[in-house]
Design a protein around this ligand. Structure first.
Ligand code: BGP
Length: 475
């Protein structure tokens, strides 16, 4: 069966979306009284690239929504920039920001594009970042207040996500050191930030369900990275188990159990011992988390790649490939393992494995291991690629490798679905080309090409392929 034939097995209301994040698309970071995020000064000091104009979504959302509609999409992932509403993260809300999001949501709904809205997508307010961000528990209170405001204000939104990817955020900030504040292998802060974010998520779910008694849907988004031993030795299997606990199991337990299982903590404690680290869980945290664990309406999985690992006993060291120079990344985590390339598994220019089996495996595992996990959406999946520069006004950009990537991952999704995993939607990362946090502008993901100088949109072949897919489903 071809993929087009297979998608006919999907329900008519299957969600096909394009994903965006406020800071990566909006640009206009100094417009409308917007407050600084943790990125503004940091990027300026780095001098590599600027978050302005990004894809100028702040002014051009109508065009992108129209393109979505024309290409068969029925949904969009959008995040609210916390600092467009509360410039410092708390205080008096700003009307320009509130109006902007009302207008944006209205434009989506008027065009039959359902908005799935994330409250926090990597863009913490600078003021709160300076006070410790997620490591400071007061940040959680401010986040809950901001969430309460959004739930009451934006009644037109019925699909919410609390936080996008607690693990990659904390990992990039405190382990890999490629997000501000650039700590390397600071395991205590890395895990503590994850825990505090999961507590924040739980408090917001409980607020939505119990206090405000809202009728919409709410959940969290995790990026899941299945880890496989490079060869089947007991040392490598153990390395995979430890890294999996750190990257996946810790937050999956937090989300669907509301506590960390003994098995998870055995692995985490082993990592702690070797890295002189610890975690502080306060009285009452688990009861809040347990209450939320059965109340998530759905679960967002971002899947890009898997990891192959071999055991490693030396000191921690890493190099992040943020330029697209193949073969430059390294990652060695003391006592845990070393990431390695596997012969025969293709990689992108940024050394990300292309491994659709990983998506199938993780879908099966989550639905098998966590009975509280209900409906799943793939909330991000896509391929960073150096698309060619258009030379003609009406040029359709040839991004065939991206089509192959999406096609293979959709096959994996359909296979898991046919075996009973309840996947109800797929959002491609990304809707249009946008700014990439640690890679800038040459790592493109969009269905629509953006000329960042002129802001002109060009159609890519992947967008036309999507349109075909959506058409098949309507028949
Ligand atoms: C996810 C983030 C996105 C996006 C994507 C691609 O982790 O949620 O915001 O950036 O990864 O990553 P990158 O831009 O680093 O290639």
């Amino acid at each position: 069966m071809t993929l087009l034939e297979r998608v006919n097995t999907l329900p008519e209301n299957f969600v096909w979306g394009g994903a965006t994040a406020a800071y990566q698309v909006e640009g206009n970071t100094k417009v409308g009284g917007k407050g600084k995020t943790m990125w503004d000064d940091y990027l300026k000091e780095q001098g590599r690239f600027s978050p302005d104009p990004a894809s100028d979504f702040f002014n051009r959302y109508l065009e992108d929504i129209r393109l979505s509609k024309e290409h068969g999409l029925n949904a969009i992932r959008i995040s609210i920039a916390w600092t467009r509403i509360f410039p410092d993260g708390y205080g008096k809300p700003v009307k320009v920001g509130i109006d902007y999001y009302h207008n944006l949501f209205k434009a989506c709904l008027d065009n039959g594009i359902e908005p799935y809205v994330t409250l926090h997508h990597f863009d913490s307010p600078k003021k709160l970042f300076d006070q410790g961000e997620w490591l400071n528990r007061q940040n959680i209170d401010y986040f809950v207040d901001y969430a309460r405001f959004c739930f009451k204000e934006f009644n037109e939104v019925t699909n919410w996500f609390t936080i996008n990817e607690p693990v990659p955020l904390a990992f990039s900030q405190f382990i890999q050191g490629n997000f501000p504040p650039n700590h390397h292998f600071d395991v205590t802060r890395g895990i503590q930030a994850q825990h505090n974010e999961m507590l924040a998520h739980a408090r917001v779910v409980n607020l939505y369900k119990n206090e405000l008694k809202k009728e919409g849907n709410i959940g969290v988004i995790h990026s899941l990275t299945p880890v496989y031993p490079i060869t089947d030795t007991s040392e490598n299997r153990h390395a995979a188990k430890l890294k999996d606990a750190f990257m996946n199991k810790f937050v999956l337990d937090a989300t669907f159990l509301g506590y960390y299982s003994e098995d998870t903590m055995n692995s985490i404690n082993e990592i702690f011992q070797l890295n002189d680290a610890s975690l502080k869980v306060e009285d009452g945290d688990f009861s809040i988390m347990k209450q939320a664990a059965s109340q998530n309406d759905y679960f967002g999985i971002n899947y890009y790649q898997n990891e192959f690992i071999q055991s490693y006993e030396g000191e921690s060291t890493s190099h992040f490939n943020g330029t697209g120079e193949r073969g430059t990344s390294t990652f060695k985590f003391k006592g845990v393992g070393e990431s390695v390339k596997k012969e025969g598994v293709p990689q992108t220019d940024w050394d990300w494995n292309i491994y659709p089996e990983g998506l199938y495996d993780i879908l099966k595992r989550v639905s098998h291991d966590y009975k509280n996990c209900k409906t799943i959406y793939i909330t991000e999946n896509g391929m960073g690629y150096k698309d060619g520069t258009p030379t003609r006004e009406d040029e359709v950009i040839d991004d065939t490798p991206r089509i192959d990537y999406i096609d293979q991952h959709l096959e994996a999704l359909l296979k898991a679905r046919s075996e009973g995993v309840d996947v109800q939607g797929y959002f491609v990362w990304s809707l249009q080309d946008q700014f990439s946090w640690a890679n800038g502008y040459n790592k493109r993901y969009g269905l629509f090409y953006v000329d960042f100088e002129t802001q002109k949109r060009y159609i890519k072949k992947s967008a036309l392929w999507f349109k075909e897919l959506a058409k098949t489903m309507e028949k």
